[in-house]
Design a protein around this ligand. Sequence first.
Ligand code: C2E
Ligand code: MG
Ligand code: MG
Length: 591
Amino acid sequence: MHGSRNDVPQPGANKPGNDIESENSASELSILRDVLRLLPNGVTVQDDQGRVLLANDAAITQLQIDANAALPQAPRRDAALEAFRTGQPMVVEESVDREGGRQVFLTCHQPVRIAERDVLLSSSADITGQKAFEDHLFRSAYYDELTDLPNRRVIEHRVNKLLTAEDTSGFALAFLDVDNFKQINDYYGHAAGDALLVEMARRISLNLRQSDMLSRISGDEFVLLLHPVQDQEEVSEFIRFMLERVKAPFFIDGSEIFASVSIGVSLYPDHGRSYDALRHNADIAMYRVKNAGKGAAAFFDDSMEQEVQARMKVEQSLRLAILEKRFCCAFQPKVDIRTREIKGIEALVRLRDDLGVIQAPGTFINLATELGLIDELTHLVLADIVRSIDLINDTFGHKTTISVNVAAKQAGNREFMRPFAEALERTGFPKRFMIEVTEDAFVTKSVFQDEILPILREIGVGISIDDFGTGYSSLSALADITADEIKIDRSFITDIHKRPRSQGILRAIESLSEALGMTVIAEGIETHEELAYLQAATKIRYAQGYYFDKPIFLEDLKLATPPRSESRGLLESRPAQESRSGYSRAPGYRR
Ligand code: C2E
Ligand code: MG
Ligand code: MG
C-alpha cells in the first residue's frame, strides 16, 4: 500500500500509552493497513493540491497512480476539487479511458480534517460491468438491434416533443414499407433479408439532417421524421432522390437483389395534430401506393380517408359473412379436351352478400387474406365440399379429383396447413383432393416445399400449380417444384391461335412439364379456335374454361333436375350459365 511512508496520520498514532498498548496499537495498525490494502474498492487520501497521500492497491490500479513517485498525483478529478471547495461530500461517476475500453467508477469524495490537515477521503467502486449492462438495456429498449436505428418509442417521443414545443414549425412524417419483403426473405433467406434491411436503412438515412430522424418500427417498416420542412415540394424532392437510391441493386452474399419501398407522407399540421393521426394518415397514403403498383410515394389527402371508410364497410360485411357462414362453392370441371370426360373439378368460393347477391372471389379474397380471415374461409370451402360429396359424386362421378384453392400466404403457414391437412384426411377421401397454389408458394427454401408438401404427399393429396406464368418463378424453377399438375394461366391461352409468342411459351412449358411428369391444364378456354389450336398443335390433354363449363352451383342442378340413378362422367359442351343470383342448369346437364 502506498502512503505509509508519507506523513499521513495513521490510526492510533498519537495515542499516549504504555509499551503493551503501543504494541497492541502497532498490530492493530498493521491489520488495518492490510484491510485497507485488500479492500476491493479504491481508497485514496489526497491533499488540497490533489497529491496522493495514501492509496490502496485497487485505487493504484483504477487511477493508474505511479506509486513510486515521491508525491504521486491522481488524475485530475473535478469533483474532488469541488468537494474540497464546498466542504460537502459528493458522489459522482468517474471514468478512465484504458486500452481495453473505458472504465467507470462510482466515487464518494468526503472532505475531512485529520491531524489539523484538510484532506479528501475518496472511495471508488468499479461499476464498468453494471454500466455496460445498463447501456445494453437502454439500447435494447430504445434502439433496434439490427439496424441500430431508434425504435418507435423514440420517434413517437420526438414527435410529441415537437408538437408540444412553443413554436412548432412544419414537419413531415413518412411511413416506409419495403415492397415484397416476405418474398425476398423466402427466396434469398433471412440472413440476406436482414442484410438488405441494414443496407436499405443506410440508403434511406443518407443526407438526413441532425434534426431529422429515421426509425425502424417493425420488420420491414420505417418511419421517417423530416423536421423542419417548408412545403410539400421540399419533401417530394427529398423523397424522389431517396426512392432512386433504394431502387439501385443491392449486392448481398453474391446475389444482386432488386428492392423498392412504398412511402406515404403526412404533413404537420395539415394532415393531423398528433403522432397517431399523422402516422395513421401516412399509413393510408402508403397503402394507396402499395395498391397502385409500389415503389413510389404519395402524400395523404382527404379523399383517401373516405376510401378507407368505404373499405372498412366492406371489411365489416366480410367479417359478418364469415360469422354467418354465407359462403358456398361453385364447381368448375377440368375436362379432357378430346373425350370431354371430366378429370376433376375445382371448388371456387362464392359469397352471398348482405343483399343476397352472389359475389365472385375477386371482390373479397385479397381482403380476406389481408384480414386473416382466409383460413376460416378455406375451412368453410372444405366443409361445403364434404357436405355436398354425394351430389358431387352423382354429378361428376366418384373418381373425379376435387381441387381446393389455397392462397400462397396460407401454403407457407404451418399453423394453417397442418390442421388443414388433418381436416383433409378426416374427410375419409384425402386422395381425391388436390391443392391449387400459385407458384409464389414454391420459391426455394419455403416452408411449403420443405414441411407441408411431404405431409400432403403422405396422405395422398395432389398438388397443382395455379396460374402458372404470372408469378415470380422462371421456367427453370419448375425443375425444383414437385407438383402433379400445372395450370397454364388464362393470359397465355386467350387467343393462343393468334399469338406466336404465347405459342412458343406454351410449347416450352409443355415439354418441360412432360419431362417432369406433370399434367398440364390450360386455363380459361373460351372459344372453339383456342381449343382447336390446343388440339392441333400441342399434346395438352386437359383444359378448364367457359367453353366447356362455367362454374356450377350443385344446388341449382339438384333443383332443376329430376333425379336419375346413373352417375354422369361426361358433360356436353354447352356451358352452364353463371348469373349474379346463382346458376341455372344448362340443358345438357343430367344426373
Ligand atoms: P383460379 O383458381 O385460377 O380459378 C379460375 C378462375 O377463372 C375462376 O374465377 C373461374 O371462374 C375463372 N374462369 C374459368 N374459366 C374461365 C374462362 O373461360 N374465362 C374467364 N374469363 N374466366 C374463367 P373465380 O371463381 O372468380 O375465382 C378467381 C380466383 O379466386 C381463383 O382463380 C382463385 O385464385 C381464387 N379463389 C377462388 N376460390 C378460392 C378459395 O376457396 N380460396 C382461395 N384462396 N382462393 C380462391
Ligand atoms: Mg385455381
Ligand atoms: Mg388459375
